[in-house]
Design a protein around this ligand. Structure first.
Ligand code: FAD
Ligand code: MLT
Ligand code: ZN
Length: 516
């Protein structure tokens, strides 16, 4: 049975709608900066740097570059440039800096905080045409790529060579390695392979004035001075455009198992995690959790039988039956060893009633299917029209309290109905990389609207601050969280960031209206 909120149904005014509204109209307090406006002379200049197919001016062709993955932020760019070389990026930025033309670096446009699309008429600089694998060293596992290589392509290439990309996420088929580095993406296996701050060895970056910074070396250790590349990892296009990435890749595991478990409450989820760490140790490669409502949403888009469910109810193929689920993955080099360890762990958690039900993949196909119930939540959350997303770090014990508090708040508020007399909020769901202390809270809505947004913000950020968490565990600040950075960073830290921005981009042309 689908769950809907049980708020009052009396006649209330229609809420203010946001769907397909320009970002600039949605947020009228944000004014266009004092940037130049593109004219024919500018287009002529860019035509000298790029060939005709690297320049997009047709408004129909530009639509996709102006709108983000959530269809929440819509910009008004009239020009997209698609350089093929680092030198072209450098020439473009040099000119834009002189002319004070604002730009937005764009990768696969899968970012979830509105950072990858323009707010006004910024020029989109797409890295899509810079998509070559530059080199791979079989003995060290060091991969060097152009920033526009799609993550899945990089991983497939590595797979042929017995290696794996140390990052994996649901958008792997669309996002670019440069975009991953620019957002410091975390993903599904950070628990095992750590953050990009550790695995990225070097970068090639074009600064706002066109200067090319190059540290694309193959050294694991280098203590000569400041580690400058770290500045650009997670800088979301605010300090420079990343054009090349050198990254250390681990050997591809030979044996991978996935267990999908049902649990009675959140406390058991945290107990299960503690046991997994101590009993599975070095072979534990992912520990993800999902609440029941997130699985209900996923059931409606996946339209297949839920791994731990037998019944078909009211037209939906299957609905989950436990309040919480855990997807646990092990990766190692010896299948027999890993199987014995996992079996023993599963016996222990079932006997001690931490876990009440579960299933383990028997082949590659089953493994992939189990992952879809975790990876599919992002897409399922916006099937009704939109989604308000919060991506937070919180101490494990208080993590799920945020979801409960938001559900309670939304139930108590009398939000106006949509045009077809439905409640604007469909459901609030919690899931995420619990192994990294990272919760995803999604509020699935029938349309974006100010009332819902006001109910959620700054409420969510205040909750996070009071529990000493972070308002962005992995998606970044972008446009959405720019004004809320103070909930996670001190004034001193914010001032140091502003100093860096002023130093490297004095005209503020790189991704304005975002980050800080
Ligand atoms: P874009 O979306 O194009 O850009 C993101 C930001 O980086 C923008 O501010 C942009 O200006 C900047 N940027 C892009 N390329 C460059 C460049 N070359 N130089 C400088 N700046 C640049 N994130 C996680 O951390 N973990 C997840 O598990 C995860 N799962 C996801 C699942 C789905 C289904 C989706 C849609 C998104 C997910 N994300 C996740 C969000 C995540 O940030 C991205 O998918 C990815 O890292 C962004 O890469 P991109 O190439 O699409 O970048
Ligand atoms: C994920 O972990 O699935 C991603 O970060 C995307 C999301 O927040 O839904
Ligand atoms: Zn995530």
């Amino acid at each position: 049975m689908l769950r809907l909120f049980t708020r009052s149904t009396r006649n209330i005014p229609l809420c203010q709608r946001f769907s397909s509204t320009l970002t600039a109209d949605k947020y009228p307090n944000i004014k266009r900066g004092d940037f130049g406006k593109i004219n024919d002379e500018d287009i002529n200049h860019f035509s000298k740097i790029l060939s005709p197919n690297q320049l997009i001016t047709d408004s129909n062709d530009i639509t996709g570059y102006n709108q983000d993955w959530m269809k929440k932020y819509i910009g008004q760019s009239k020009l997209v440039l698609k350089p093929k070389t680092t030198e072209q990026v450098s020439e473009i930025l040099k000119y834009c800096n002189q002319r004070k033309l604002a730009v937005v670096p764009q990768g696969g446009n899968t970012g979830l905080v509105g950072g990858s699309v323009p707010v006004f008429d910024e020029i989109v600089i797409s890295l899509a045409s810079m998509n070559n694998i530059r080199s791979f060293d079989q003995s060290s596992g060091i991969l060097k790529v152009d920033a526009g290589v799609i993550l899945e392509n990089a991983d497939n290439y590595l797979s042929e060579n017995g290696y794996i990309f140390p990052l994996d996420l649901g958008a792997k088929g669309s996002c670019f390695v440069g975009g991953n580095v620019a957002t410091n993406a975390g993903g599904l296996r950070l628990l095992r392979y750590g953050s990009l701050h550790g695995s990225v060895l070097g970068l090639e970056v074009v600064l706002a004035d066109g200067t090319i910074y190059n540290s694309m070396h193959s050294l694991r250790k280098d203590n000569t001075g400041y580690d400058l590349k770290q500045l650009f990892i997670g800088s979301e296009g605010s300090l420079g455009i990343i054009t090349g990435v050198s990254i250390l890749c681990p050997a591809r595991p030979k044996s991978v198992n996935v267990a999908f478990l049902g649990l009675e409450n959140y406390e058991q989820v945290t107990k299960c995690f503690q046991k997994a760490k101590s009993e599975l140790g070095e072979i534990l490669s992912a520990f993800e959790f999902m609440d029941k409502d997130s699985q209900l949403l996923a059931a409606q888009t996946l339209k297949t039988t839920h791994p731990l469910c037998q019944d078909d109810i009211e037209g939906i193929e299957s609905v989950p039956e436990y309040p919480f689920y855990v997807l646990l993955e092990t990766s190692g080099s010896n299948k027999e060893h890993d199987d014995i360890k996992l079996e023993k762990f599963l016996e222990d958690v079932m006997e001690s009633e931490i876990v009440v039900d579960g299933t383990v993949s028997q082949d590659e196909q089953q493994l992939k299917t189990l992952w879809t119930w975790r990876e599919g939540i992002a897409e399922a959350s916006q099937q009704f029209g939109g989604v308000y997303k919060y991506d937070v770090s919180l101490p494990l014990d208080s993590m799920y309290k945020l979801v409960e508090s938001v559900k309670e708040r939304l139930n108590e508020l009398e939000l106006s109905s949509t045009e077809d007399n439905k409640k604007p909020v469909y459901e609030a769901v919690g899931y995420g990389h619990i192994g990294d202390g990272n919760l995803h809270l999604n509020v699935a809505v029938r349309e974006y609207n100010k009332e819902v947004e006001k109910a959620l913000e700054p409420f969510v950020y205040e909750f996070i601050e009071s529990h000493k968490g972070s308002i962005s565990a992995e998606h970044g600040l972008g446009f959405q969280k720019k004004n809320y950075i103070k909930y996670s960073k001190s004034e001193t830290e914010i001032n140091m960031m502003k100093d860096l921005k002023k130093h490297y981009d004095p005209n503020g042309i790189l991704n304005p209206y975002k980050y800080i």
